[in-house]
Design a protein around this ligand. Structure first.
Ligand code: SF4
Length: 124
């Protein structure tokens, strides 16, 4: 089974520095990041995923901010030219996010209002 990744988490992984909603969430992010570095196939979603699985804001399989997070996902997918449910190698997705969103200076228009946005600077 490919890893289930909601599309906006392509940006979150890029800037992840060991901070997050809880210790369990952070440990899961670390573990997922190590697995993704092996370039597995992932399926891109606009709903809760393998990261959300250990998030305290995951309320019975639905994010506590569903409209906002789904909007982030939809915008990332559109800018990357991908559809929900697309299967893609992680590094190919990372490259699209890097080129079309981060390097293009478009991240803040997607998730500039996120509480973590201040962490997501540099390294582009
Ligand atoms: S805040 Fe929502 S989208 Fe983000 S990891 Fe938690 S459940 Fe998933």
């Amino acid at each position: 089974m490919p890893y289930r990744i909601r599309a906006h988490h392509g940006m979150c992984f890029f800037f992840f520095q060991g901070k997050g909603y809880s210790g369990e969430f952070i440990e899961n992010m670390r573990r997922m990041k190590r697995k993704l570095e092996q370039n597995p196939e992932v399926v891109l979603l606009a709903e809760t995923d393998d990261v959300c699985a250990r998030c305290p804001n995951n309320l019975d399989g639905v994010c506590a901010s569903p409209e906002k997070t789904e909007r982030y996902d939809t915008q990332v997918l559109a800018l990357c030219g991908l559809e929900r449910g697309a299967r893609i190698r992680w590094e190919d997705f990372e490259a699209l996010v890097g080129e079309r969103i981060l390097t293009a200076g478009r991240r803040e228009e997607i998730c500039g209002g996120c509480q973590w946005s201040g962490l997501c600077v540099g390294r582009v």
